[in-house]
Write a protein that binds this ligand. Structure first.
Ligand code: IPD
Ligand code: CA
Ligand code: CA
Ligand code: CA
Length: 266
């Protein structure tokens, strides 16, 4: 397989994230919570704007990179014949978008057999774009990012999020009962991709979430790692279905608290 030009992949992901962001801004007045449908539960909305954004990104990828795989939250599925797969959250933060809150974004990542290669997260309401290329670092609007080291757990501002399923929320509340007294404070922004970017740019110290999907974290996870964060998640960890991201020492401390709760509630 020929080695892809990473600058081309980054350029394509960035152009499509910006175009999808413009589409979402243009559609915001035409959709509402009332006209949205629901997915995994009654609190999990999906609107015509989520679908239109995914369609725009998929059309762009199919014409620019036929043969690449596709995995999109709203249903895009294509097997890869090139070794590359695009992982797309066409609107991360749908609840915020439908309530007219600013914390929502478009998240696009390209992965190969080793994981994330390129990631782009674009927040249309502020115009900010975060991006990363594996081995080449992460940036916010072109400015190189490096996570802040040395912050203790007790001083940490921890971003988190919740599943749409009530039974998973009850489980997460158990963990938060132990985490909250151990940290500075918690933030629930409503977009996992933006939460991960906030770890990368220092507007939060850590992020963790119990149950998360690949499209929520594919781009943001790479951006956080390339900024120097450690990510912990998956089977055999303190977050088997979720993800934690923080500077290495803090990631270790937070994973320790989560493991202790896990042993207690298991
Ligand atoms: C959700 C957001 C939220 C997180 C949920 C996700 P969506 O994605 O990222 O912050 O807590 O787990 O499902 O549905 O808005 O794309
Ligand atoms: Ca969703
Ligand atoms: Ca999402
Ligand atoms: Ca989404």
């Amino acid at each position: 397989m020929p080695t892809p030009d990473l600058r081309d992949l980054l350029g394509l992901a960035t152009r499509l994230a910006h175009a999808a962001g413009a589409e979402l801004l243009a559609r915001q007045d035409q959709v509402s919570l009332e006209s949205a449908q629901t997915k995994s539960s009654g609190t999990d909305p999906v609107s015509a704007a989520d679908r239109a954004s995914e369609q725009l990104i998929v059309d762009g990828l199919l014409s620019a990179r036929p043969g690449d795989g596709l995995l999109g939250e709203e249903g895009a599925r294509e097997k890869s014949t090139t070794g590359l797969t695009w992982v797309i959250d066409p609107l991360d933060g749908t609840v915020n978008y439908l309530y007219g809150r600013p914390d929502w974004c478009v998240s696009i990542a390209v992965q190969d057999a080793r994981g994330g290669l390129v990631g782009v997260v674009h927040q249309p309401m502020t115009g900010i774009t975060w991006s990363a290329v594996r081995g080449a670092g992460a940036s916010r609007d072109g400015k190189y990012l490096k996570v802040r080291e040395g912050r203790k757990l007790a001083e940490a501002l921890v971003a988190t999020g919740f599943s749409y399923l009530a039974e998973r929320r009850a489980e997460q509340a158990e963990y938060l009962r132990q985490v909250l007294p151990a940290v500075r404070d918690l933030r629930r922004g409503g977009s996992a991709a933006l939460d991960l970017c906030s770890v990368a740019d220092g507007t939060a110290d850590a992020y963790y979430e119990h149950v998360i999907q690949p499209w929520d974290v594919a781009a943001g996870g790479l951006i956080a790692r390339e900024a120097g964060a450690r990510t912990i998640g998956g089977p055999g960890t303190s977050l088997p279905g979720g993800l934690l991201a923080a500077p290495p020492d803090l990631a270790e401390s937070l994973a320790g608290v989560l493991s202790r709760v896990r042993r207690r509630v298991a």
